[in-house]
Write a protein that binds this ligand. Sequence first.
Ligand code: PRP
Ligand code: URA
Length: 209
Amino acid sequence: MGKLVICDHPLIQHKLTFIRDKETNTKDFRELVDEVSTLMAFEITRDMPLDTITVHTPVAETEAKVLSGRMLGIIPVLRAGLGMVDGILKLIPAAKVGHIGLFRDPETLQPVEYYINLPTDAPDRLLIVVDPMLATGGSANAAIAALKNRDCTQVKLMCLIAAPEGVAAVQAAHPDVDIYVAALDEKLNDHGYIVPGLGDAGDRMFGTK
Ligand code: PRP
Ligand code: URA
């Protein structure tokens, strides 16, 4: 089964509190999501492989580490996932970005795919699917399945807040995918919203509704 990593760094937890707060305005919400995404990118890249090279310091020659050049891709799930992209690119500026458009049918809670556009070399990359909310897990599972259907086999999932139901759903459907979250919340309510959560991530990110 894929691992669940809860990124419990104090800076992440502090910023997440204000992301949750319903009084936080759109501008601050966006900035906080951006900052937390950068901090989580630090955690999700922890196991990136390194090579050893020789470097000449002003004092001596030494062996030192550099990233081995493994290529990454960031795959936001539209809309709300868009708000996490720039924060990750600050740490990994050479990553390519693909997009998966999904919305959750409010009646059935089933994901409806309306757009997909991936880098041509996506199958060669480690892909990080980003979406602030992992609720029922339907959207994340559909996004990961869409990648796998296009021969992309190395996938990680990064969300701000997850419900236990969503984590279980992704672990069942995609046991090869590690999940990184800033918080694992209590449950889903009758409308499929995460409790306590942060409300509707897309609406809060873009100031709609
Ligand atoms: C939200 C969220 C996830 C999905 C999570 O998107 O950003 O994509 O719901 O729910 P699930 O785990 O039950 O599938 P939404 O469908 O509201 O679309 P939006 O980002 O366009 O607002
Ligand atoms: N989508 C959201 O935006 N928020 C939730 O709590 C669940 C799904």
